[in-house]
Ligand binder design. Structure first.
Ligand SMILES: *Cc1c(COP(=O)(O)O)cnc(C)c1O
Length: 407
């Protein structure tokens, strides 16, 4: 393990060293990939003691419940968020499902923000009701509506900040004040990982991420993580992640995430700088009706974002809406042409990759959401979502210029 006092150093130093240090077997600096399903004991007695957790230290017995490569990834994520412990999962949805199934049973009630990730939306509209769990949907940034939705059996308030795909910011501290001590506030922080925001510090009980996005950051592995108190993480791991979900990450993916996280601070800063430059450019573009990015002074989320998001960083994702009439075309038709004309951004869902990714929510990520629910969440047919990559901002802006000109 590292000799550094991780509480005394800056985020850039901490994120490189937390959870990792020279390996105890040979001193390897990079954490080895423990590509094994099981672990051996010298004697029956030693095995019994390790299963009963009677020996101090980390002693994995089977890779579904613990693996040293994955444990390093969990410890790095706990340090990243300033939480007591973390549970890693095979995907972001594995994290979402493991949190919800760990703390909800038939007859309980959960409040979801009215616009969440498509997979989570399916859980809210279909999976949880099928299990007899009551679901309410509100705009969680509307504190009066949120207060009115709370019932005696409410167990969780769940939202994303910033959210998908309108990049709306929700006040984490204000939601926790409304929730009180008995309702868990669960935040999906995928769109803005540290060092942009620290939602546990703001009052959330649990933060989860799709590691697939910024935290691994290279677009080559799926993963998820949940961070919170040691008691909550134990409950998620023992009752749910290793049982009904059975979704630990593969050791190789944990290794990729550890490697990706070494550059998290650098990457996130560049993603945010590029997104700000492109948001400002799009705001001046004559074919664009609105740009949704909390870093813009025109954003209704800007004031709250300045309070809640740190270091002048506002994330790498923005959405924009084309004008209803672009050179005689509808916003839907113009949007399709624009995406097809671009040469640098890949037309793809997902986000947080080094490559810029562009997508059309109405026909891609949110095609499964009913048109009425889409409109209620502000998702029009002309809305385009951009995950700004690590390319040169100048090259990206030039590409948008030629793509608009060619419509
Ligand atoms: C991608 C994503 C998820 C799901 O993560 P996977 O790794 O794809 O399972 C959950 N929440 C948000 C906000 C996401 O962007």
């Amino acid at each position: 393990m590292s000799k550094i006092d991780l509480n005394a150093v800056d985020f850039e130093t901490m994120i490189i060293h937390a959870g990792q240090g020279p390996d105890s077997a040979y001193g390897a600096l990079a954490t080895p990939i423990y590509q094994t399903s099981t672990f051996c004991f010298d004697t029956v007695e030693e095995g019994a003691a390790k299963f009963a957790k009677q020996i101090p230290g980390y002693h994995p017995v089977y890779s579904r419940s613990g693996n040293p490569t994955t444990r390093a990834f969990e410890l790095k994520c706990a340090a990243m968020e300033g939480g007591e412990d973390a549970v890693a999962t095979a995907s972001g949805m594995g994290a979402v499902g493991s949190v919800l199934l760990a703390f909800l049973k038939t007859g309980d009630h959960i409040i979801f923000d009215n616009s969440v990730y498509g997979g989570t939306n399916y859980v809210a509209t279909t999976n949880l009701p099928d299990l007899g769990i009551e679901v309410s949907r509100v705009d969680t940034s509307d504190l009066e509506a949120l207060k009115a939705a709370i019932k005696p059996n409410t167990k969780i308030i769940y939202f994303e900040t910033p959210n998908n795909p309108m990049i709306k910011v929700t006040d984490v501290a204000a939601v926790k004040a409304v929730a009180g001590p008995d309702i868990r506030v669960v935040v999906d922080g995928t769109f803005a990982p540290p060092p942009i925001q620290y939602v546990l510090k703001l009052g959330a009980d649990i933060v989860l991420h799709s590691i697939t996005k910024y935290i691994n950051g290279h677009g080559d592995a799926l993963g998820g993580v949940v961070v919170g108190t040691a008691a909550d993480m134990n409950q998620i791991r023992m009752n749910c992640m290793t049982k009904i979900n059975g979704c630990p990450p593969a050791p190789f993916n944990s290794y990729l995430v550890l490697r990706g996280m070494k550059t998290l601070a650098l990457r996130v800063e560049r993603h945010c700088q590029n997104a700000m430059a492109i948001a400002k450019y799009l705001e001046t573009n004559p074919y664009v009706k609105a740009v949704y990015y909390p870093g813009l002074e025109s954003s209704p989320s800007h004031e709250l974002a300045c309070k809640q998001m740190e270091n002048g960083l506002f994330g790498g994702i923005l959405s924009f809406e084309l004008k209803d009439d672009v050179k005689g075309l509808s916003s839907f038709e113009a949007g399709k042409k624009l995406l097809n004309n671009l040469t640098i951004p890949a037309i793809a869902v997902s986000l947080g990759d080094p490559d810029t990714l562009i997508e059309h929510p109405a026909s891609m990520t949110h095609a499964g959401v009913s048109p009425a629910d889409r409109l209620a969440a502000g998702i029009t047919d002309g809305l385009v979502r951009l995950s700004v990559g690590l390319e040169s901002a100048k090259d990206l802006i030039n590409d948008f210029e030629q793509a608009f000109a060619k419509i």
